[in-house]
Design a protein. Sequence first.
Length: 224
Amino acid sequence: MSSTSRGKPETLKRKVKSAPSVPTATANKPQPRPSDRLNPKTVDPFSGPLRAQSTFAAVYSKGGIPCRLVHGSVKHRLQWESPPETIHFDPLLITLAEGLRETKHPYTFVSREGFKELLLVDGAAEKAIPLLAKLVPALKAALVHTDSDVFERGLNGLVQLSAAVGPALNDHLKHLLTSLSKRLMDKKYKDQVMSGLQKLEQYGGKPSLAVIKSKVPTYSSIFS
């Protein structure tokens, strides 16, 4: 007696595709930079499209700024690797001045506080005066910046420099006052600029008045 076979094949051959290999995420991961300890969660130089770094950012990423940002419960502060009075101003003070036009944290904090604290050390005048020709262009770049916070840091930095070097800055004021005179036309900056000019005259003495009046004719002397 014969019967028709209606059963399924005894074995089914399945094609099993091997899972595609996944590149190891850490294979080409950049090694930490020396400055990562400053604030690694805020600035990631390896994220996003590649862009040319500013002078300050480049030095910062290589660990060339000898201080670190310390987060406090109320406010932040800088901790220097060695006492600021022992640090050479050239080129650090110039680099910090260039950093005043940064717009990212912690660059903004480190450059602003570092510039101010260096100019407050004993003997700052003697160290800063030989660098004025290089400091002035960096400050001017901040004063003409479209970002109002950058302008404010530039103006504060200029006043701090004037307080440190006194009349030695007078010969360089003409390169900076054109930028300030333009800001006077904006009501938002008028009081801030006038206050800055008064401090420049205060620290620069009476000889600074002629320079200021040549660029800002409406300025009234604090000595009159």
